[in-house]
Design a protein around this ligand. Structure first.
Ligand code: ADP
Ligand code: MG
Length: 257
């Protein structure tokens, strides 16, 4: 009996059901103890394997995302800020915007919670099965500039391009030169209508042109980013408005697009 159990475990391993192979003695004992029917036993066994695979998938995607630290939306205290309501946070965490490839732009001064919210949304997306990649604008610029000759940069950019959600933190923290702006445009163009992008910045889009140095490229980038976007302003005294955008918070629903 023991050797046949080992044989079964080897067969499960051969079929790449490693978790079930390890758990098999427990599953068999439970089946006997609870007098499971054959069908119940099979159901329990498959459910176990699927649950373990899902957990592994989440861990893998969390690693792939490269968050600087882990924060959840539950840890974000809504009562400590006045820019976002509970309803808005809940709407964001439903991730309809991600399914519909909407972009989010989070604007606000340092410390207003931009990075926290984006990581929280990223974690939610990963738990729902999406692939997420997080990068600061500084890191991203470095990756783009070294893509041709550093394999690690190449691999990271490949992951970014394959992600359902790309988070670019601290856009416009520093001015870009023409080449950097060009490389950035090509990435945005690749992601456009393929992935959702979350951008955070402490400067509004009206100042981005100045920092990118080239009005033409800025317009091309903004065209793609702002086509389907929700802008979230995290400080109170915002003075800017983006025209011709639809909102996922307002009455106008995204389905009417
Ligand atoms: P930003 O990216 O806008 O500069 P962060 O997201 O890095 O700001 O926030 C700074 C710190 O304050 C982080 O540790 C973050 O978790 C925390 N923080 C900011 N706002 C809140 C909030 N409303 N509830 C809980 N923690 C917050
Ligand atoms: Mg930040």
């Amino acid at each position: 009996m023991t050797s046949s159990l080992h044989l079964l475990q080897d067969q499960f391993r051969h079929l790449r059901m490693v978790e079930t192979a390890d758990e098999l003695p427990v599953l068999l004992r439970n089946a006997e103890k609870s007098s499971w029917t054959y069908q119940e036993f099979l159901g329990e066994l498959l459910m176990y394997e699927m649950k373990k695979r899902e957990e592994k998938g989440i861990q893998k995607r969390l690693k792939w995302a490269s968050f600087p630290y882990l924060k959840t939306l539950d840890e974000f205290h809504i009562e400590e800020q006045t820019s976002l309501s509970t309803r808005q946070i809940n709407q964001l965490r439903e991730l309809n915007w991600l399914e519909q490839q909407y972009n989010l732009i989070l604007l606000g001064p340092p410390g207003s919670g931009k990075t926290h919210i984006t990581i929280g949304l990223g974690v939610e997306a990963i738990q729902k099965g999406f692939k997420v990649a997080f990068s600061t604008m500084g890191e991203l610029t470095h990756l783009l500039k070294t893509e041709e000759y550093i394999r690690k940069s190449q691999m990271r950019l490949k992951r970014i391009k394959e992600s359902d959600l790309v988070i670019i933190d601290d856009l416009m923290y520093m001015a870009m030169d023409q080449r950097e702006a060009n490389l950035f445009f090509h990435l945005i163009n690749h992601l456009y209508e393929r992935s959702s992008i979350i951008l955070t910045s402490n400067k509004g889009p009206e100042e981005w042109g100045e920092l990118m140095g080239d009005q033409g490229i800025t317009t091309a980038i903004l065209d793609r980013l702002l086509h389907r976007v929700e802008v979230i302003q995290l400080n109170e005294n915002d003075s800017y408005r983006i025209k011709h955008r639809t909102t996922i918070f307002g009455k106008e629903s995204v389905e009417t697009q």
